[in-house]
Design a protein around this ligand. Structure first.
Ligand code: NAD
Length: 310
């Protein structure tokens, strides 16, 4: 049984902690937050769920207590306010990571870090740099949430369970993200053919509308309820499960490019295989020209920001 640290127990961290308790994956859970009282409140609330849940030792602590954690899930830092982009958070959260990450790496040199703090691609690159971990041991949550939104909406459109939809959002987790429509399928059948087989039209305007809903989902939710947390918490739980259970699952997580489509030294999302060792493989999709151009644009946006910030 595993020890998992939740670093940052705001809306995302607390939602993840609750999913982790429900899952029974961890025997020990450490909550760390600059706001100690908030972490304590979450611990108390989680402990009171214990008679209904799996046994788990939940504690609140400091960086040194992270020792022995197999996975450290990081969602500490500022979140978007209405009208802000993810990239607007970069200075505030880079400063937090500069201070926080070396302390995490010192306390738990064997851990796998999973990063959710935005802008997540830059924060993943920051975590790799400031921890001096091998890049594969730092898993950025990247576009897992965008991919989930994409699959959900395509599933609704075609009337199929989203778990039978194979489709990825790649590139930046943010405004320049790219829908890989040309590689999307339902049960291996390309979307245009699926439409025919299901007696529907393959309408490019509808597909564009679905992508716009994916791209603007965070803004729409933040305008309505302040922040987004349940879906990312479920995604973080799946990534944590893939690590702890050594499942070699493909997720669109973020890590440093090493020559994919000629791109290097910038963190972006592509489908990557996640196991007990972290990221063990990065897969390239057979993209069309427009998608490739979009992916290169994401690389340029993030590369420039990383160079200015880190
Ligand atoms: P929140 O404001 O509710 O929580 C942030 C927490 O971080 C707070 O409890 C705060 O006390 C803590 N914190 C701040 N500085 C800290 C430090 N130096 N050390 C320890 N803790 C510190 O925000 P939230 O809604 O939970 O969002 C957290 C982050 O996750 C944001 O950056 C947000 O943009 C991001 N997010 C990412 C995704 C994704 O898909 N990757 C989805 C939703 C939110």
């Amino acid at each position: 049984m595993a020890k998992v640290t939740v670093l940052g127990t705001g809306m995302v961290g607390a939602s993840f902690a609750y999913r982790l308790l429900n899952s029974g994956l961890a025997s020990e859970m450490l909550l760390v937050d600059a706001n100690h009282m908030r972490a304590e409140g979450e611990m108390m609330d989680l402990n009171h769920a214990m008679p209904f849940e799996h046994p788990c030792q939940v504690e609140v602590g400091d960086y040194a207590d992270i020792k022995g954690s197999e996975v450290v899930v990081i969602s500490a830092g500022a979140a978007q306010r209405p009208g802000e982009t993810r990239l607007d958070l970069v200075q505030r959260n880079a400063a937090i990571f500069r201070d926080m990450i070396p302390q995490v790496a010192k306390a738990a040199p064997e851990a796998i870090m999973v990063i959710a703090t935005n802008p997540v691609d830059i924060m993943t690159q920051a975590a790799i740099k400031y921890s001096e971990f091998a890049p594969e041991r730092v898993v950025g949550s990247g576009t897992i949430l965008d991919t989930a939104r994409f699959r959900y909406l395509l599933g609704e459109y075609y009337g199929v369970d989203p778990r039978s939809v194979h489709a990825y959002i790649i590139g930046e987790h943010g405004d320049s993200e790219v829908p890989a429509f040309s590689c999307a399928s339902i049960a291996g059948v390309p979307l245009a053919d699926v439409a025919k087989q299901l007696g529907k039209e393959y309408d490019l305007n509808d597909m564009e509308d679905i992508f716009q809903q994916v791209r603007t989902a965070a803004y729409e939710i933040i305008n309505r309820k302040g922040s987004t947390y349940y879906a990312i918490a479920s995604g973080l739980l799946r990534v944590t499960e893939a690590i702890l259970r050594d499942q070699s699952t493909a997720f669109s997580v973020s890590n440093v490019m090493t020559g994919q489509y000629g791109i290097k030294d910038v963190c972006l999302s592509l489908p990557m295989v996640v196991s007990r060792k972290g990221i063990t493989a990065t897969l390239t999709l057979p993209l069309n020209e427009k998608e490739l151009e979009g992916f290169r644009h994401s690389a340029q946006v993030l590369g420039e920001l990383a160079a200015k910030t880190l």
